[in-house]
Design a protein around this ligand. Structure first.
Ligand code: ASP
Ligand code: MG
Length: 424
């Protein structure tokens, strides 16, 4: 008997009929002789709707209360799913993140899991029940308050529980058939990737591929837990995320580029006229770190000889930009920069592939493709297996399609079916 952990995203449980369909799928897995633990997201766009509602009553809701509000979304779907399963004659028990033993730190809105103690889930499984767990949430070890893991955090709940329960596989159900070489909503000829490494998947997740949460992939890599990303709307084999997709008994050849990811959720801040002396950059980034802001790309210009001053630009999640601007303004006296510029009309386009390590010319091909498409590059950053550029937000779609074409990733016919989801 295997232990299967399944996670169903918001679009898979968007309404009552979706929930009934998912219940049938879960029961089928149970009937096949497996122990089943299910993690659910909030129905459809519930989380966004709750956020909108919060904004209507307060421009800056307290983190504790926002987490209390947002976690209610997952509680609705877990209870409804348990009812739907009971209606099929099977025993299901729903649990909040806290009841399931998901222990986090106390950073509201982006809490980190520090321990998972799933004794109640074990007990439920031992009794032959199907355990349903609310994703995206936990309880803080010190404050005992309810926390959330950040947008898309149910994936992380699923992998963390799967690891703690020593599950055989973690299946992540979504509204597309797996991970594609680009977002099929932008590139209809994107191809399904059969297997991808944790490292490549982490880069894709960090670069805006919304299909898996970055922390979930980090977690899976740490425990070498295989993830199977597939659609809840079909029975097709999806994408396997594993340690080494190119040696594990496949004849699959390593592609140079595995995929093209894009991200519209970042903004750019430029600190203008920073005195070009030791410790200035450290002071800026210490300020931002103190405000718990994750920086992505950084560019420092050469200082102008005449002024002895330089500009430092960096990108960050748009959602964090007002916190960052406020923190920097507070330090203006100490750092003695001249001014701050802010641009949220940017987008990031990234090329990801472990194969680029051993293939020269990838950057040249990428930049030539962007130039041919008339796209201007504002910032560049690279890792061993990734090249990212910042472009104007309006150019993102064109840039993704151009890169996808330049690396011959297009399928001959349309493979991708987007079954649901508003893409919100
Ligand atoms: N419902 C949460 C969100 O929309 C968590 C998740 O879907 O994973 O971000
Ligand atoms: Mg969601």
């Amino acid at each position: 008997m295997a232990l299967v952990v399944q996670k169903y995203g918001g679009s898979s449980v968007a309404d009552a009929s979706c929930i009934k369909r998912v219940a049938q799928r879960i029961v089928a897995t149970k009937k096949a002789g497996n122990d089943v633990t299910v993690i659910v997201s909030a129905m459809g766009d519930t989380t966004d709707e709750l956020l909108d509602l919060a904004e209507q009553v307060s421009p800056l809701p307290p983190g504790r209360e926002l987490d209390m509000l947002l976690t209610s979304g997952e509680r609705i779907s877990m209870a409804l799913l348990a009812m739907a399963i009971a209606n099929l004659g099977y025993e299901a028990r729903s649990f909040t993140g806290s009841q399931a033993g998901v222990i986090t730190n106390s950073t509201h809105g982006k809490a980190r899991i520090i321990d998972v103690t799933p004794s109640r889930i074990r007990e439920a499984l031992d009794r032959g029940h199907i355990a349903i767990v609310a994703g995206f949430q936990g309880v803080s070890q010190d404050t005992k308050d309810i926390t959330t893991l950040g947008r898309g955090g149910s994936d992380t709940t699923a992998v963390a529980l799967a690891a703690a329960l020593d599950a055989d596989v973690c299946e992540i159900y979504t509204d597309v058939d797996g991970i594609f070489t680009a977002d099929p909503r932008i590139v209809p000829t994107a191809r399904k990737i059969p297997k991808v490494s944790y490292d490549e998947m982490m880069e894709m997740a960090a670069c805006g591929a919304k299909i898996l949460h970055l922390r979930c992939v980090e977690y899976a890599r740490r425990f070498a837990l295989p993830i199977h990303v597939r659609s809840s709307f079909s029975t097709r084999e999806g994408t396997w995320v594993v340690s080494d997709p190119y040696t594990e008994g496949t004849e699959m050849e390593q592609p140079i580029i595995s995929g093209v990811a894009h991200d519209r959720s970042e903004a750019k801040i430029t600190v203008v006229g920073v005195p070009d002396k030791v410790g200035e950059a450290a002071a800026i980034f210490k300020t931002l770190a103190g405000a718990e802001i994750n920086i992505d790309m950084i560019v420092q210009n050469v200082s102008a000889a005449a002024t002895g001053r330089t500009d430092i630009s960096f990108t960050l999640p748009t959602a964090d930009s007002s916190t960052a601007l406020t923190a920097l303004k507070r330090m203006q006296g100490e750092i003695a920069f001249e001014s701050l510029l802010f641009d949220d009309q940017i987008g990031k386009v990234s090329l990801i592939g472990a194969g680029m390590r051993s293939h020269p010319g990838v950057t040249a091909t990428f930049f030539a493709a962007l130039a041919d498409a008339g796209v201007n590059i504002e910032m560049i950053s690279t890792s061993e297996i990734r090249i990212s550029v910042i472009v104007d937000q309006d150019d993102v779609d064109v840039a993704v399609a151009a890169a996808h074409r330049a690396f011959e990733l297009d399928a001959d016919q349309v493979e991708a079916v987007v079954y649901g989801g508003s893409g919100r």
